[in-house]
Structure formats: C-alpha cells, structure tokens
Write a protein that binds this ligand. Structure first.
Ligand SMILES: *[C@@H]1O[C@H](CO)[C@@H](O)[C@H](O)[C@H]1NC(C)=O
Ligand SMILES: *[C@@H]1O[C@H](CO)[C@@H](O)[C@H](O)[C@H]1NC(C)=O
Length: 330
C-alpha cells in the first residue's frame, strides 16, 4: 500500500510530459470549438431569457467557450492567449468524451450520438454525459451568479433531457437549492478568481474543491448507468473517479497544454470486454500504461477501502444519499 503515492506520482508525472511544441494553441482546442457559440447572444432568447440545450454537443460546448472567454482576463497575467486558464480542463475533457464516443447512447436503443443518427446528440443514458452535465452547468451557472457573465441570475435557463428530468437542475436558483454547498464552492472559486491578489495555486485549490464536490453530489444518481457498459468500461469509469480524487489532491494544473498532454494517455475509444491493459493492441504504450495504473487504483479502492480512509479532506465528505431527485419537472 505504501507504493500507492508512488503510482499516483507516476500517473500525474505521465500527464505532465512536455509537448514537442504545438504549431499553434488552436490545434489543442477540443472538437468543434470554432463552431460552438462564443457569446450568449448566439443562443435562443425567450421572454428575455437565454435558452441553452445542453443535450446538444455544440450548445454545451458553448457554455464552456463563453466561460473561457469571460474568464480570460483573470489569467492574462499568467500567460498570453489564455493558455494558463485552468478552466480549459473541463472543455478538453468533454471534447475527449465526444471524440471517443462516450457521449452517445450506450444502450443503443436510440441513434443519439451516432453517425447513423444525430452525431450532435448527447445521451442522458451516458454516464459520462450525465456527470459532465454538472461539470458544465454548475460552473457556468455559478459564473452567471458571480456576475462574471454580465447578465443577471434569472436570465439563463437550460433545457431538460428527454427523460430522468428530476435528476438535473436547470437554472441558478434551482441548482442552488439542489446543490447549495457545491454551488457555493464554485462561487468561492470565482470570488478568488476576481481578486487581484489570488495566486495561481490558490485558484487551482478552489477549482479542484468545487470539482470534487460536484462529483460527490451527483455520482450516486447515475450508478444505474454502469450496467449499460462492458465490465471493462464500467470499471474504468469507477477507477476514473478515484483517480480524479488524486489528481485533484495533487492540484493538477488543468491549463490548455498540460491537459492536452494528459489526455494523450486516456483510452481513445470505449473499452470492450476483451480489452486487457497494458496489452491493448490499438492503444499507445502511454495509453496502455495509464489505463493499467488507473485500473489498479480502482482495484485497490474496491478491495481494501484504503483510498476511502486516506483521501484528502476536500474529498472525504459523505456521499449524498442515492437516487435523490431534483427540480420539479418529471
Ligand atoms: C471573447 O469573445 C469575443 C467575441 O466573440 C472576441 O472578440 C474576443 O477575442 C474573445 N476573447 C478571448 C480572450 O478569447
Ligand atoms: C428555475 O427552475 C425551477 C425548477 O426547474 C423553476 O420552478 C423556476 O421557475 C426557474 N426559475 C427561473 C428564474 O427561471
């Protein structure tokens, strides 16, 4: 067990390898970044409210793009071209989910997210898409609430998915009442972001605190989704959550280049039952090693509970009771 911190260092170390110079930072942007909405006025307006459909790839990506745009001024002091904006980790991760087919309907009951159907569709049955919903909507709505977007809190509303509507929240006030602590943590991050005295590592700490709190609040609601995947993919999902706890504790800097490099180690497609890391023939060595280590972290967590007791304080809160319902739609 004493080897565990060593493995985590290897993992985070792998993620930090330096890039052999991208020809341009825009090469590192997530898929269809240029095509995504870049300002609120790109969205539909109804009753003087911006209406965003986060179940469409481009519209959800647009929330990130606007967030990155509106927070760029706070990171300008660290590097040019918004490269050091630590919010890059979120849209890049979302882009990886899209590129690797993880936002599509895992049950295949619909064509949602497939080329044969609607490639832009985000499936509510996707475990990845559901967790990412909260890692896009909560940071976005909290930024609105913090005054960063230049509109008032009641001026934006998200559309519900076709089913399971009570598992989600759709505007600033209802997300605050469903997830008060997590929304406050995102607000705390934005308060520090707006302070000229905040240091880079402090911002990382507040960002990761809000991120892990978001996962703790929501992960139990989507446990039924694991059954839609192969055993290997479901195990990777569970392991991934454990790994995120460690990446958070290490205050991994989720800037553009660092996140891009880190993602080269993630599985480039959904895992099938026959996949055994580190021996997957269509994966790179880096991808095989990372998956092997991630799975090991997941195994240790499951078999010993060691990680549960040794988790850093930001990640040790009790999980919310399962299958809570939110909002008043159904
Ligand atoms: C933010 O968006 C505006 C309007 O789309 C654009 O002109 C500006 O260059 C963007 N700023 C950054 C830092 O991306
Ligand atoms: C926010 O959402 C809740 C529940 O979905 C709804 O009852 C409320 O009217 C909405 N508030 C605004 C300002 O749109």
């Amino acid at each position: 067990m004493a080897f565990l911190p060593f493995w985590v260092c290897v993992l985070v170390g792998c993620f930090s390898v330096s890039l052999a110079g991208p020809s341009s930072l825009s090469d590192l942007e997530p898929p269809l970044w240029k095509e995504s909405p870049g300002q609120l006025s790109d969205y539909r307006v109804e009753n003087s409210m911006y209406i965003i459909n986060p179940w469409v790839y481009l519209e959800r990506m647009g929330m990130y793009k606007i967030l990155l745009n509106q927070t760029a001024r706070y990171f300008a002091k660290f590097a040019p071209e918004n490269e050091q904006n630590i919010l890059w980790g979120l849209p890049l991760q979302y882009g990886w989910q899209y590129r690797t087919g993880r936002l599509a309907d895992p049950t295949r009951r619909t064509n949602c997210g497939y080329e044969s159907g609607d490639l832009m569709c985000i499936s509510v049955d996707s475990w990845w898409a559901d967790l990412n919903y909260f890692l896009s909507s909560l940071p976005f709505l909290a930024a609105v609430d913090s005054g960063i977007m230049g509109i008032s809190s009641d001026q934006v509303s998200l559309l519900p998915p076709p089913k399971n509507q009570r598992k989600f929240c759709y505007n600033v006030s209802s997300c605050h009442s469903s997830f008060p602590e997590t929304m406050n943590k995102w607000n705390t991050f934005y308060q520090h972001l707006q302070s000229p005295f905040s240091k880079f590592d402090d911002l990382l700490k507040y960002l990761w605190t809000a991120h892990t709190s978001t996962l703790e609040d929501t992960i139990k609601s989507f446990e039924d989704r694991y059954d839609y995947y192969s055993k290997t993919e479901a195990h990777f999902e569970r392991s991934w959550v454990v790994a995120v706890g460690y990446i958070a504790a290490a205050h991994f800097p989720t800037t553009l280049i660092r996140t891009y490099n880190f993602q080269k180690g993630l599985p480039p497609r959904i895992l099938v039952t026959a996949d055994v890391a580190p021996f997957i023939s269509d994966f790179t060595t880096f991808q095989n090693v990372v998956l092997f280590l991630l799975n090991m972290l997941g195994n240790m967590d499951k078999s010993t509970g060691y990680l549960c007791t040794e988790k850093p304080s930001e990640y040790s809160g009790p999980l919310e009771s399962s299958s809570r319902d939110y909002g008043n739609n159904s």
